[in-house]
Design a binder for this molecule. Structure first.
Ligand code: MOS
Length: 705
């Protein structure tokens, strides 16, 4: 089928088709190269040494035993490492001073001729510390609670509209509940890993990150070289989920080590070393108060969120921002408070803010539905709004209600008996739950280049990053349509900072941002081709969308979804199992159904994991997560996912960007945990308000009221 976008002259033959990933064959045959898989002559191996204390100073580093160990070339630490410029990211100012700010901070790197020798050398490094007292546990009465100036990325910290206290006090139906979420740890399949080589003052790194342009800029600043002297290659990346959104410790340590030993160095963090220092989802304590009239129309909403940051950098997660725009009410208030703890700085993890925030609000909506005696799907439909309650402007498109209706129909919600514990199958109590979902649909400026070659083929170049999502394939499809040629005639190059600058794969903005630049470059190329072809037959055009993206009217723009879950709970042991999960999303145009589905069910699965399995357990005595490996930090596995379906509406929204996409990397996780928690309540009559819903919180549920 062929359609066209009026006024844009862009045909859409390739967009919408389920092309297999361009790099699929390379990946399944093992020829795709990740950051530490490039063969390099004279390679050496780095091994990071984490601090053994939480807070304090290093008083002595004894490297003699390590240096005497076979194969060890060097031990870098604050006393001998190359100097870095103090940059905007204090976390990356590594091996520069003896201060220790959190347990697990990388305080030394051993470089050796083999991986085994480096690891053994790391074991032999002796470090003495002068340890200071620490505080590492978030509580709602922590003396260090404060109000940050803004929350990520630049939202107001608190908002207020109407008079919440009066509105709440006057309402006939009220819910006041506090929800807690633990630390969640990003565990991409490929750890943070880098190969670094210095040649003639130039730095080449093959690195696992979500945006090589930004990493190049950070390295240039830290090592005080021009950005042109740094090249960052990210040809294939094995996942990031936000933790690789910026330059992180591994790339800095590896570049430092390579400069120090004057040889190429490979360094991959171990699985255990990822737990904390690469960033994690902050724990949260969230109080939600909802008030409604007897018909379930919200009159007052308040969401007070508490989360943590480190002592070296402020990371103020926007936990309650979801609540500002999701449902309407005349009286509304949101607040954020932070505590600086002696912990690694929290960082992005899939839908940072929206994901934990939606867990709280969408759980509270379920509690309200019960309090007011209205079906939870209907309650959400009744409180829908075409105007963003926060900004007072209409949404570019808002299909929450359509998602709820289609989801209810597909899931088989209609005949649901709302009574808790109404369904039982032998020892299993069965329940169903629903939650709304939304995620901002933004875009960032990007550049791209399109080239027509004499043989009739085209080359499209953009420093986009395919972190495993299929982004490379999606922009190739967009490029083909924009060029007006079959995709087979288009070659696409991504993942290299020498290509035209592009923003990170993050915030569900990748495809929107990159497509925009690719479409503009293709249009510019077509213009040029109309003017004629030079004798060598090659014509190139570059586009930069900075002005166009920056000049966009700031209309509220979001993707929406409805999450449905059916679970069963063992009445005696409290074990929770998922029967099925179904999501319906409205996320603009879907470029590639195969990769889109994979993103959506991936997000939903991660939400299941958040609800039932994942939990960073911190031991205050050591200031460290005790379950810092995949044997003890539980992640949903295939056997936990019996049935999971993602569907989407055919949504057209021409206000967004030339490709009409809203982004799908994060919407799938938002609301998923609430749908499961709500289903657990429906099954058991027990409301678990602190994730994860472990069996000990439900054990003996058969005897509970
Ligand atoms: Mo995502 S947490 O924006 O990489």
């Amino acid at each position: 089928m062929s359609t066209s976008e009026p006024g844009r002259g862009v045909s859409t033959d390739a967009v919408g088709h389920a092309y297999p990933r361009l790099e699929g064959r390379e990946k399944v045959t093992g020829t795709a190269r990740y950051a530490v898989e490039y063969p390099v002559d004279g390679i050496t191996y780095g091994w990071a040494v984490p601090s053994a204390v939480v807070r304090g100073r290093i008083t002595r580093v004894d490297t003699s035993e390590a240096l005497a160990s076979p194969g060890v070339l060097a031990v870098l630490h604050h006393g001998n490492a190359p100097r870095l410029a103090p940059g905007p990211e204090p976390e990356l100012w590594l091996l520069q001073d003896p201060a220790v700010h959190y347990r697990g901070q990388y305080v030394a790197v051993v470089v050796a001729t083999s991986l085994e020798a480096a690891r053994e050398g790391a074991r032999l490094v002796r470090i003495d510390y002068d340890a200071a007292p620490h505080s590492t546990v978030l509580t709602d009465d922590h003396p260090g609670l404060y109000q940050p100036d803004h929350v990520n990325p630049s939202y107001p910290t608190d908002t207020a509209e109407g008079d919440f206290d009066a509105g709440y006090a006057a309402a006939p139906v009220r819910v006041d509940a506090t929800y807690r979420t633990p630390a969640y740890h990003n565990n991409p399949m490929e750890p943070h890993a880098t190969t670094a080589q210095w040649r003639d003052g130039r730095l080449l790194v093959h690195d696992s990150n979500q945006g090589a342009s930004s990493v190049r800029g950070t390295l240039a600043e830290l090592f005080e070289v021009s950005p042109e002297a740094v090249r960052v290659v990210t040809e294939h990346v094995g996942g990031g989920f936000g933790s690789k959104g910026y330059a992180k410790a591994a790339v800095v340590l590896t570049a430092l080590a390579a400069r120090h030993v004057d040889r190429p160095v490979k360094l991959a963090l171990t699985r255990q070393q990822l737990f904390g220092p690469v960033g994690y989802r902050t724990p949260t304590i969230q109080r939600v108060r909802l008030a409604a009239d007897a018909d379930g129309r919200l009159t007052a909403i308040c969401h007070d969120a508490i989360s943590q940051t480190s002592t070296i950098r402020e990371f103020a997660e926007q936990t309650a921002v979801y609540t500002r725009s999701m449902y309407a009410a005349p009286h509304r208030r949101t607040t954020h408070r932070l505590v600086r703890l002696d912990v690694p700085t929290p960082f992005w993890m899939r839908a940072p803010g929206e994901c934990p925030g939606a867990y709280a609000l969408e759980s509270a909506m379920d509690e309200l539905a019960i309090a007011v005696g209205i079906d939870p799907v209907e309650l959400r439909i009744r409180n829908d709004t075409e105007v963003d309650p926060d900004q007072g402007r209409p949404f570019t498109s808002r299909n929450l209600v359509a998602c709820l209706r289609e989801g209810a129909q597909r899931f088989g919600w209609t005949d649901r008996d709302p009574t808790p514990r109404a369904r039982r199958d032998g020892r299993w109590l069965i329940g169903t739950g629903v939650a709304g979902s939304s995620y901002p649909a933004r875009a960032r400026p990007s550049s791209a280049r399109a080239t027509a070659r004499p043989d009739g083929s085209f080359l499209v170049q953009i420093n986009a990053t395919d972190i495993g999502t299929g982004a490379r394939t999606a922009i190739w499809q967009v490029a083909a349509d924009a060029l007006g040629v079959p995709p087979e005639r288009v070659e696409i190059h991504v993942g290299d900072s020498d290509l035209p600058t592009a923003p990170v794969a993050g915030g569900s903005m990748g495809t929107a941002s990159w497509s925009w630049a690719v479409i503009r470059a293709a249009q510019a190329l077509r213009e040029k081709l109309r003017e004629g072809v030079p004798p060598d037959g090659e014509v190139s055009a570059t586009a930069d969308t900075t002005d166009e993206v920056g000049g966009q009217p700031a209309l509220p723009r979001y993707a929406y979804g409805a999450q449905f879950a059916e679970i069963r709970v063992d009445a005696d042991t409290g074990e929770v199992r998922l029967n099925r999960m179904l999501g319906v999303f409205a996320a603009g145009r879907v470029v590639n159904p195969t990769t889109a589905r994979s993103q959506l069910i991936g997000g939903m699965t991660m939400g299941l994991s958040m609800a039932l399995h994942e939990e960073g357990l911190l031991d205050e005595r050591y200031g460290d997560w005790v379950n810092h490996d995949l044997a003890t930090y539980h992640i949903t596995g295939c056997a936990d996912v019996e049935s999971i379906e993602a569907h989407w509406l055919d949504e057209r929204d021409d206000e967004l960007n030339p490709a009409g996409v809203k982004g799908i990397g994060e919407i799938g996780i938002v609301g998923a945990a609430a749908a499961i928690a709500n289903a657990v309540h429906h099954a058991t009559g027990v409301r678990v308000r602190d994730l994860p819903i472990r069996l000990d919180k439900l054990v003996g549920v058969s005897a509970m009221a």
